[in-house]
Design a protein around this ligand. Structure first.
Ligand code: FAD
Length: 380
């Protein structure tokens, strides 16, 4: 006999785990299927930390969603009785006319968000870990901080299971067959009927959504951790999370010493190196570490004495570098969540809510029109 569900969720990473928990908490009979295990090393959701911030330089229209994301992260923590989101502040550093600095100020102004603009002297006094050029400033978003991705995903899955979801790990979905009143989900070992399905398969999204082959491009990402000689300067109280504009050299991000490995650094989109998601990531090489070591020595010299670890990860980029959260073309029983162009984790708690709304209510009151298929699955 084929098992029957209200919602089948394919992929239990950041977005799928949140959707599973939120849908199950509303009483839906949920099946979650994950090819590997949660937050595994080939996914986009491992590596200890993800930045969250409110003054969104990319586009101020994300701010209402971010407010909701904060509420939902706090609700997750309340139910788990554990910390998932820590506020350290986020510094957005660059020349005053850089997109990171000017865009953050514009989003803060439009939405009345508290923020401070710090010059080089004030930065040296308050946050001595950072080396600024003479003409650079930092915009401090005091509500920014970081989320622990592994804890968030495991937490959502724990709550989903408590609310009755059936969760399968180590099971790869190979097809979702449309039916008149739902879908049949097929894996190598099972067949399941569901009224609705959510595809949240990250870097592998185009395998189940072939319309996205030309648009959803997985790329390789690398991050590295450094031990400071002066551990005091790298503590979260003395060193907020940061984003830094480096002009033609792109933008970098990083975290204070929040775990045993120390200060973590990466460059957004790294070398924009396309990858085949079915193959293991190429190991970290000298070009990767030269890039990150060079940045560390120039911009954070006091807190990056020794590199202790580096690892690979995956972004999945869409042409406009936004998200895609919408019904599948021509099938109102299937909803797609893209892996969010390298800036999606902070939104997972609200994306999960939007996904649950779409499959359980047929629409969402949350502002998600930015994420339509028509807007994001087209040439940039
Ligand atoms: C190094 C790095 C740093 C980042 N920093 C930030 C940051 O600071 N702030 C921020 O907001 N965002 C950040 N991001 C982006 C963010 O982490 C991603 O947007 C987010 O993790 C994507 O989540 P996802 O659920 O779409 O994908 P994933 O978490 O990768 O989940 C997809 C899951 O689907 C499973 N799957 C795939 N195919 C199948 C199948 N056929 N059947 C069953 N299961 C399947 C996979 O095994 C995987 O577990 C960063 C990303 C990286 C890599």
């Amino acid at each position: 006999m084929v098992a029957e569900f209200d919602v089948a969720i394919i992929g239990l990473g950041a977005m799928g785990s949140a959707a599973a928990s939120i849908a199950a908490s509303r009483g839906a009979k949920v099946l979650g299927i994950e090819a590997h295990f949660p937050a595994h090393a080939l996914s986009s959701s491992h590596g200890d930390s993800r930045i969250i911030r409110l003054g969104y330089f990319e586009d101020p229209s994300y701010v209402p969603l971010l407010r909701r994301a904060y509420e939902n992260w706090r609700a997750l923590e309340t139910r788990l009785r554990a910390d998932v989101l820590s506020v350290t502040g986020v510094l957005q550093i660059g020349r005053p006319d850089s997109k990171i600095v000017s865009g953050t100020q514009a989003a803060c102004a439009l939405h009345g968000l508290p923020h401070e603009v710090l010059d080089r002297a004030e930065m040296a006094r308050r946050y001595p870990a950072f080396a600024l050029d003479r003409d650079e400033v930092a915009v401090l978003d005091p509500q920014g901080g970081y989320i622990r991705p592994e804890a968030a995903i495991m937490g959502y899955l724990k709550l989903a299971a408590e609310d009755g979801a059936e969760l399968h790990f180590g099971e790869r979905v190979v097809a979702i067959d449309p039916e008149a009143d739902g879908v049949t989900v097929r894996s190598a070992t099972g067949r399941y009927r569901a009224r609705k399905a959510i595809i949240a398969t990250g870097a592998w999204i185009a395998e189940l959504v072939p319309e996205l082959v030309p648009y959803a491009k997985p790329i390789r990402q690398v991050v590295a951790w450094y031990q400071p000689d002066d551990g005091f300067l790298a503590q979260p109280g003395r060193m907020p999370c940061f984003l830094r504009d480096e002009g033609d050299n792109g933008s970098f991000f990083g975290f204070p010493a929040i775990g045993v490995d120390g200060v973590k650094i990466g460059r957004h989109a790294h070398f924009r190196e396309p990858i085949d998601p079915t193959k293991p990531n190429a190991p970290v090489n000298d070009a990767d570490t030269d890039l990150l070591d060079g940045f560390a020595q120039k911009r954070l010299p006091q807190v990056t004495s020794h590199r202790v670890r580096a690892t690979t990860c995956r972004y999945t980029m869409l042409p406009a570098e936004d998200f895609l959260i919408d019904f599948a073309p021509g099938n109102s029983n299937v909803v797609i969540s893209s892996a969010c162009s390298g800036h999606g984790f902070k939104f997972a708690s609200v994306v999960g809510e939007i996904l649950a709304d779409l499959v359980l209510l047929g629409g969402s009151e949350l502002p998600s029109s930015l994420f339509s298929f028509a807007r994001n699955a087209r040439d940039g």
